[in-house]
Design a protein around this ligand. Sequence first.
Ligand code: MSP
Length: 520
Amino acid sequence: MSKFYITTPIYYPSGSPHIGHCYTTVACDAVARYKRAKGFDVLFLTGTDEHGQKIEDKATEAGLAPQAYADKIVNEFKKLWTFMNISYDRFVRTTDDYHIQTVQYVFEELYKRGYIYKSQYTGKYCKPCESFWTDSQLVNGKCPDCGRDVVETAEEAYFFKLSAFADKLQKLLESGNFLEPESRVKEMVNNFIKPGLADTCVSRTSFKWGVPVNFDEKHVVYVWIDALSNYISALGYHNDTYQDYEKFWPADVHVMAKEIVRFHSLVWPAMLMALDIPLPKKLYAHGWITMGDKKMSKSLGNVVDPFVLGERYGVDALRYEILREMPYAGDSVFVSELFLQRINTDLANNLGNLVSRTVSMVNKYFSGTLPQTRKADAIDTDLINFVKDIPAQVEEKINSMHLSDALEVIFNLISRANKYIDETMPWSLAKDENAKDRLATVLYNLLETIRISAILLEPFMPNTMPEVLHRIGANDDEKTWDSTYNFGTLHQDVTVNMGTALFPRINIEEEQKFLNPSGE
Ligand code: MSP
């Protein structure tokens, strides 16, 4: 069986998770579910990045020890992933003993191999971003990532010889499809490699909340070596907790947003090259979910709280919205009105109505069970040919991380099926006693199209699609991914099941008031 290893970044437990964090995790979940449906042996990893000064400071603010503070927020992340129906296989915490064991090995090994050396650090440090910057990288003297003030810092520190890998990294990045989208490659090469790749500071003495350097206990490992090692510590690389390194490494894809591409496409491959470890096969960097020009934060309340949104409109609607809105290479803006409109147009009207109309017609005209007799018509061929191309198109889109496009392809199919209802007018066929065979054929073709759509949508909307497949009476062997390639798989004398609305229509005006009580 082929393996597939997919990872999210490990999140900082520095505050409660919001819908921004959900994007990467839901995207990886959809891909992981798709790969499992295709028969891959999948390992889907997520986790938390708990060390560093920022967490230490947050804990102090909250009057807690760093570990107790991290435990509390990590629980919120885990609760959110359960709520969002995230099928992760493993959750790594950088405070887990096995992870610490791996990090200490990695750090010492890099030192022994001459890729880490002791020196003096002077530079500009952005505390909230935990990033060091050279003067030329600053924008108007401020942190280029967040725009906040940076502080001049000088201390003894270990450095990683990133500069030694400049040529190899440039070759790797320009070699084709290691890092996608393509625009990120240019950004890395032009902004970081070409101006001269500086060695990077990998230890600190100014705070204690980190993995101790085991041969020089005054130092703790500075977060990025600690954080990036999660992708191999969680497989058991130089620790005794897991034994999956041989099987799952290299990763098939590391998924992240654009602001941490620098670490994943420069520091991480350089660390792996220095350790003689194979490189991940692909990095995919998506954009950000933003709130217009507002930064996502607690003060935006309901609008960005995934628990509130998921509870009120359904987790699948929320998953659909964030995946559908995010373009392959750009950012997406979360606009609550658009979210509500999408629920009505795509989910309630297009998909929900198709299922409920079809199921109720089978119920009404055939008491719930289709007869076996059929009568085809030329008009069917058009629909069937349309359906036939869809699964391969969807697979191509998912495999290249074009998730919004994959959804678009499936929803085009759903629209096509609704058009087929208008073309065939089953209600008028029902009036003609001699057209029963034809009516059964039309309804069967609709059920088949729904079956295929639901299987293709299941990785994205794993709560609702099993219910759709139940409504249309599909048997277990009619729910497999491969069966989407065979139009006509559903048994001919299928019995449907009625049910309540899958995606109830919502009153947009009222809901807007609920989401934005202050009317901003
Ligand atoms: N701890 C580091 C990552 C280490 S990985 C070895 C970190 N953590 S983070 O909590 O800041 O998470 C950043 C990641 O969360 C982004 O790269 C992205 O995957 C996700 N997102 C957080 N906010 C987001 C948006 N507003 N929009 C899209 N993704 C966002 O960086």
